[in-house]
Design a protein around this ligand. Structure first.
Ligand SMILES: [Zn+2]
Length: 418
């Protein structure tokens, strides 16, 4: 398909500039971005009526199929929640659970303007099928730990990186506290062999960091770096309880720090010093984490909280530039995932495009569009999500997924799981 989107505002995310103009999409790629001009041979011409086109959002850390655990066990600390509620139920999951609950997550991602989920979960063949059928991108992060995923990690890495245009995979492990030193060393050796970055949950709770110091005399970031885990970069999820040396390592290794403020607040894990990461020049972004701990996959909530939470100290200065976090969500995540073709709206990039409804009351008046999106945005403003040149969500309708069927299957699978 060849599309022409005209009469639009365009925020490429390369910088803060917003121009009036049009975008042409040919197949999976952006063919033209710029001022209005003559053209022909389009399959569809879409009058954007002054609405804004910008890159899609990317969910930097999530566990998609954990939609099964939404509102199932709330108000517990992380360790109790994981060990007594989540792990026993996950032991019952099969391929079909991951398939349907991933599709449920994708419904929510698409209405949030998300085209890519950096997803840590298992039964990836099932989520590959969900990706195929919905036209949605997954970048899997291995959640290898002492319960599995270490010995076949290299095989999995190749399978999923060769699967399709929409699927990719990175090395990872669940966390230091679920992975023995032996297994951590195996993952580090594989990272070395593949010259690949490694991603994981890192310093989410104070207890996790204290346990690691007891085991190794060092924080998770420091021991993992010492084991060679970050020789080719990588990143951490949560990054709440960092010390000076941890920041140094993230900076030196050019790592991605992903913040999950909704999950951290709900599980009482603490508040990351996001301002410090930004001041140190470390790449930052935001993820929802899974629906079990958030419980929503509404990434606008996490974006807003990440931007304002550092102000909770009440020092009278609001210091986080909303553009930095919006860029983290649109462009910095894919760059760190090796997906540098889905970062910006410009010629030659893949067409992952979100249309923002400027007629939504939350976007009016048009004083500052970027601030409107970060501080006032919600899924209500997402008018269209295009992924890889295909419109998959428009005006509240899903063009590749059957919402009713997904709800029926998920609720029926829950009856067995419970
Ligand atoms: Zn997580």
């Amino acid at each position: 398909m060849r599309y022409r989107f005209y009469n639009s505002k365009i925020l490429s995310m390369e910088d803060r500039n917003i121009i009036d103009g049009e975008i042409w999409v040919n197949g999976s790629e952006i063919e033209y971005v710029g001022k209005s001009k003559e053209g022909s041979g389009f399959d569809e011409e879409i009058d954007c009526e002054g609405n804004l086109l910008m890159p899609t959002l990317k969910n930097a850390h999530t566990h998609s199929a954990m939609t099964f655990s939404r509102s199932l066990a709330d108000n517990l600390p992380l360790d109790v929640w994981l060990n007594t509620k989540i792990f026993p139920m996950e032991a019952k999951l099969k391929d079909e659970h991951v398939y349907w609950f991933s599709k449920l997550a994708i419904l929510e991602y698409l209405k949030n303007g998300i085209s890519l989920a950096c997803d840590m979960y298992f039964f990836r063949d099932a989520s590959n099928r969900a990706s195929d059928e919905s036209g949605f991108r997954f970048c899997y992060i291995s959640g290898a730990n002492d319960y599995g995923g270490v010995d076949d990690l290299e095989e999995q890495y190749h399978i999923h990186n060769e699967y399709s245009d929409l699927v990719s995979m990175h090395l990872g492990c669940h966390a230091e506290y679920t992975t023995s030193k032996d297994n951590l060393m195996k993952i580090a050796a594989l990272a070395d062999k593949l010259k690949a970055p490694v991603f994981m949950h890192n310093s989410e709770t104070r207890k996790e960091v204290e346990g690691c110091i007891e085991r190794y005399g060092k924080t998770p970031t420091q021991i993992l770096d010492e084991l060679g885990m970050f020789n080719y970069g990588g990143g951490g999820y949560h990054c709440v309880h960092f010390d000076d040396k941890d920041y140094e390592i993230f900076k030196k290794r050019d790592m991605l720090a992903v913040f999950n403020p909704c999950s951290n607040l709900k599980l009482s894990s603490g508040i990351a010093d996001i301002k410090r990461f930004i001041d140190e020049g470390i790449s930052v972004s935001v993820g929802t984490d899974g629906a079990g701990s958030n419980n929503s996959l509404n990434i606008f909530r996490d974006l807003y909280l990440a931007c304002v939470l550092p102000n909770v100290r009440g020092e009278g200065e609001a210091n986080i530039d909303p553009f930095v976090l919006l860029k983290g969500l649109t462009s910095v995540v894919p760059k760190h995932m090796g997906l540098d073709k889905i970062c910006y709206l410009k010629e030659g990039q893949k067409a992952d495009i979100m249309m923002v409804d400027m007629t939504d009351p939350s976007m009016q008046p048009i004083n500052n569009i970027i601030e409107n999106i970060v501080f006032s945005g919600s899924p209500d403003i997402v008018k269209m999500t295009m992924i890889n040149g295909k419109i998959v969500y428009k005006d509240g309708e899903y063009l590749t997924l059957d919402k009713k069927e997904i709800y029926e299957r998920c609720n029926s699978l829950m009856q067995d799981l419970r």
